[in-house]
Design a protein around this ligand. Structure first.
Ligand SMILES: [Zn+2]
Length: 118
């Protein structure tokens, strides 16, 4: 399961950050999730809280906030860039109306945006 591996990764990265700053408890974590990362936010939240609950004090009651990134596309018709809602790769260009094969410029990544700890 894709989301479980991602949740493991997030916890590991958060743990490293905490150690580096001499902090002991993670309070909240906000991640940005690209529209093409193939992540179901509900599944990620579920996996994350299950893992966090099993990893002791450090991650007890941590809040995970997932922000879905809009998708940045380059129009194959007019060459201009535009953003669209997550999941809508097949949409027409708002600038020229062209409909096919837009190039995805971003959206396949997941990264930390903000972390709160003490
Ligand atoms: Zn266009």
């Amino acid at each position: 399961m894709h989301e479980l591996a991602i949740a493991e990764n997030l916890l590991e990265m958060a743990g490293q950050e905490l150690r580096r700053h001499g902090l002991r408890k993670l309070i909240s974590l906000r991640v940005r999730c690209g529209a093409l990362a193939g992540v179901l936010p509900e599944a990620l939240e579920f996996a994350f809280s299950a893992l966090a609950g099993d990893s002791g004090e450090t991650f007890r009651d941590v809040r995970l906030e997932i922000v879905r990134e809009p998708l940045l596309l380059r129009c194959a018709g007019c060459g201009r860039d535009f953003t669209t809602a997550p999941g809508s790769l097949f949409t027409s260009c708002p600038l020229c109306g062209y409909e096919f094969f837009h190039q995805a410029l971003s959206g396949a990544e997941i990264f930390f945006e903000r972390m709160e700890a003490e």
